[in-house]
Design a protein around this ligand. Structure first.
Ligand SMILES: Cc1ncc(COP(=O)(O)O)c(C=O)c1O
Length: 439
């Protein structure tokens, strides 16, 4: 049995073994960017601009929606979607308690009130029953996040929304290409959003976002709102007439051209990732202590983030050791060279932002109201980005070797977990927040 690296043994992943660079940049992508530089047409306000319009057309086709609006990033995509749908001051918007902070910030940007709903402990997506329980007479919309690349339970969520007259906005920032009942994520809600951030499965060379909808009116409002409420013609001169409240959320043509070039191989890349990740998860599933991410039969997972739940029982530990065990496992994996990370240290409502005064918000937000989210954060870890590259398989094999090594050393791991002076991630985050604020 090899000694654990955290106790002075040899690392499973050699130090010089790098995570392949993401996103992959090919000569075609470089050429696409150069084409924009040569054209001199850089934004939607440039007469005759082709790349932004081209990406919008192609992403609408890819998602099977009638319209797509490219914007500056996935966060502005969400606030624009809310504004276009008429969500405004005092309206309540239901948001999963586990997501990236942008899902919860967007309602605040339009002076609406985020109301959090707990997640399902296995899929990590919002629990439809929790959404229904959060509905009040002031609820106007629900932001359905397809967390980590797995579509949420859309049948149930759409039914809840219909029963209560809510607008559904899919936040598909992490779920490009995922399908639910063989229909693309981002085609179910009234208006839906994607991020093109460098970290995403469909990335740009910087920041970008996409909004999709079948509704011509929502499309027109979103298009106008991204550019000062103006109608900007594809050709000819601009009138500078502002019809409604807008922002400057215009996308950059260089970034749209880059993404468009990547879109041409997106299907192939996604397929290779799917094969690599399934191979990796297959190996990990042989270990009795890890619950690997899976997809119910009626949907596909695009593996944007891999989240692993740890079972204390095979270590001879009770459920109260889930957090300490996860902490030791993360430390041991990192020592072996596996980039095991947290994704979110606390439920969104426990963020400092929600503990401070917010315009038009008169409710108290508490992380403890979302026990499944707390348990998932405490008892699981993630792997991010390292598995995205099509050539990631050999590295993932090393990660699986490291997980096997931990299992061979289970007695050591269990003993460490038992003796740990444990602090849950949200307490650690409090300390970090205090230190950062004090500078
Ligand atoms: C679920 C979710 N929503 C929204 C966003 C915001 O996207 P962006 O970073 O492009 O603003 C992200 C980005 O990570 C996300 O993961």
């Amino acid at each position: 049995m090899d000694k654990l690296a955290m106790l002075g043994g040899t690392r499973t992943v050699p130090r010089d073994r790098r995570i392949p660079k993401w996103p992959v940049v090919t000569p075609d992508d470089e050429e696409a960017v150069r084409r924009v530089l040569a054209s001199g047409r850089f934004t939607t306000a440039s007469s005759g601009e082709k790349e932004i319009a081209g990406l919008e057309r192609e992403w609408a086709r890819e998602t099977g929606t009638r319209h797509c609006v490219a914007v500056s990033n996935g966060t502005t995509a969400l606030s624009l979607a809310l504004a276009a749908a008429g969500i405004g001051p005092g309206d309540e918007v239901i948001v999963p308690a586990l997501s990236f902070i942008a899902s919860a910030i967007a309602p605040l940007h339009v002076f609406a009130v985020p109301v959090f709903a707990d997640i399902d402990p296995v899929t990590f997506n919002v629990d439809p029953a929790a959404v229904e329980a959060a509905v009040t007479p002031r609820t106007k919309a629900v932001i359905v996040v397809h967390l980590h690349g797995l579509p949420a339970d859309l049948t149930e969520l759409m039914a809840v929304a219909e029963r209560h007259g809510l607008t559904v906005i899919e936040d598909a920032a992490q779920a490009h290409g995922a399908r639910y009942h063989d229909r693309p994520a981002g085609s179910f809600g009234a208006i839906n959003t994607f991020s093109l951030n460098v970290s995403k499965n469909l990335a740009t060379c910087g920041e970008g976002g996409l909004v999709t909808t079948d509704d011509a009116d929502l499309y027109q409002r979103a298009t106008m709102m991204r550019q000062f409420g103006e109608v900007i013609p594809r050709r000819g001169s601009r009138s500078y007439v502002s019809h409604l409240l807008g922002w400057n959320h215009k996308p950059a043509a260089i970034q749209c051209a880059f993404t468009r070039s990547r879109l041409a191989r997106f299907g192939h890349e996604s397929e290779l990732r799917d094969q690599n990740v399934r191979h990796f998860l297959g190996r990990l599933a042989e270990l009795p202590w890890l619950h690997v991410p899976t997809a119910p039969d009626d949907r596909t997972h695009v593996w944007h983030i891999l989240r692993f739940r740890i079972d204390p029982e095979p270590f001879g530990l009770g459920p109260e050791f889930a957090g300490p065990l996860r902490s030791v496992v993360m430390r041991a994996l990192r020592a072996e060279g596996v980039p095991a990370t947290h994704y979110q240290l606390m439920p969104l409502p426990a963020q400092r932002l929600f503990q401070s005064p917010l315009p038009g918000v008169d409710r108290k937000y508490r992380g403890e109201d979302h026990p499944n989210t707390l348990r998932v954060i405490d008892g699981s870890f993630t792997i991010q980005k390292a598995h995205l590259h099509p050539d990631a398989r050999p590295l993932l094999d090393l990660y699986a070797d490291a997980a096997t090594k931990l299992w061979e050393n289970r007695d050591v791991i269990a003993a460490e977990a038992k003796s740990l002076d444990y602090m849950p991630p949200w307490r650690e985050a409090e300390q970090i927040a205090d230190a950062e604020w004090e500078g």
